[in-house]
Design a binder for this molecule. Structure first.
Ligand code: COI
Length: 332
């Protein structure tokens, strides 16, 4: 069995090598380049493809894979929003993802950012760089006093709930598909509006869907509690960035932490050499604010998560090749 793994980074290589050592019957070619029109021909003569990228898996690429007889594409991440689903279906390509490589990795960053906003660490670090070791005016707020609103209670949202409860925060949540255990505990509110109105901190954990694109917009921000803080470690498309900026400017939003950004592709995980060279004025506007924390989509970037992403994706690809199905197959 021969698998080609695209976009393999140096930090993934040891986990890939470890998997290969434990699967002597599978040959894995590791390709550092992403899967696109220029590299797809390398997949000829392979049985399956493993990939991770934020760039689109286009119809041209999927048609080519189909023409090579490849029927399995295993992503090393969760999101499948960048796959041309129609093209995958018409080529009979089954797609798997890694739905839970480490919910804790994402949840821990979300809570870290809540704490950083409450304790104003960005402001203190900035003052320190200028030799200013004073306290005022940056007095903090405490997590145990906050109502944390969790939008979507899948694995990650539930992990966030567990962690913030440890701090003594009050938790409320909204999910169109409530979790039975949380429902019994009375955590849910009935509508997103109720969540917005009653949260001191709103943390988003929904996948990117057509229906929730820009769910955080001028209207929904208007429904929020004055002085809300917003955390997004989920998908950039959930937030209308211009509306967020207006909310920050007016003071309606007291702070925001974004690990994802709607225009992040081609910007995050790139070294531009200096702040001035970052080619996105809105992002720089946000980065310059002391009440906004930007991280370049690093929530997943832990040793445990990266290992699981590589090894679970390879397991899923073998399963798709051998049996035509996998417990990680995604219905597109
Ligand atoms: C995903 O798993 O879909 C992510 O967002 C993480 C990705 C940047 C590797």
């Amino acid at each position: 069995m021969k698998i080609i793994a695209y976009g393999i980074r140096n930090d993934e290589k040891p986990y890939l090598d470890e998997w290969v050592a434990n699967h002597p019957d599978v040959e894995v070619k590791s390709e550092p380049k992403l899967l696109d029109e220029n590299t797809v021909d390398e997949a000829k003569d392979f049985d399956g493809v493993v990939a991770y990228q934020q760039k689109t898996y286009t119809a041209t690429v999927l048609d080519k894979l189909g023409s090579f007889g490849i029927k399995s594409l295993s992503l090393r991440n969760v999101g499948v929003d960048n796959i041309d689903a129609e093209a995958a279906k018409r080529n009979g390509i089954k797609v798997s993802n890694v739905p839970a490589y480490s919910p804790a990795a994402i949840a821990e960053l979300a809570v870290t950012e809540m704490m950083r906003l409450l304790r104003r660490t960005k402001k203190f670090e900035d003052k320190e760089r200028h030799g200013n070791l004073t306290w005022a005016p940056d007095i903090a707020e405490e997590m145990n006093q906050q109502t944390v609103g969790v939008f979507a209670t899948g694995r990650i949202g539930r992990q966030v709930i567990d962690i913030v409860r440890g701090f003594g925060a009050k938790v409320i949540a909204y999910d169109p598909y409530p979790n039975p255990k949380l429902k019994k505990e009375g955590v849910y509110v009935d509508t997103p509006e109720e969540l917005y109105k009653n949260s001191d901190i709103l943390t988003l954990h929904a996948p990117a869907l057509k229906e929730n694109e820009h769910m955080i917009n001028d209207e929904t921000i208007g429904q929020m509690k004055d002085g809300i803080r917003i955390i997004n470690c989920a998908r950039g498309s959930l937030i209308d960035t211009d509306a967020l900026i207006r909310g920050l400017d007016s003071g309606k939003i007291k702070g925001a932490a974004l690990d994802v950004y709607e225009d992040e592709v081609g910007i995050f995980n790139v070294d531009f050499g200096s702040f001035d060279k970052i080619p996105d004025a809105r992002l720089k506007n946000l980065m310059e604010r002391d009440n906004v924390l930007i991280t370049p989509h690093i929530a997943f970037y832990t040793k445990v998560a990266v290992k699981n992403m590589v090894q679970y994706a390879l397991d899923a690809n073998v399963s798709l090749i051998k049996t035509g199905t996998s417990d990680k197959e995604v219905k597109l």
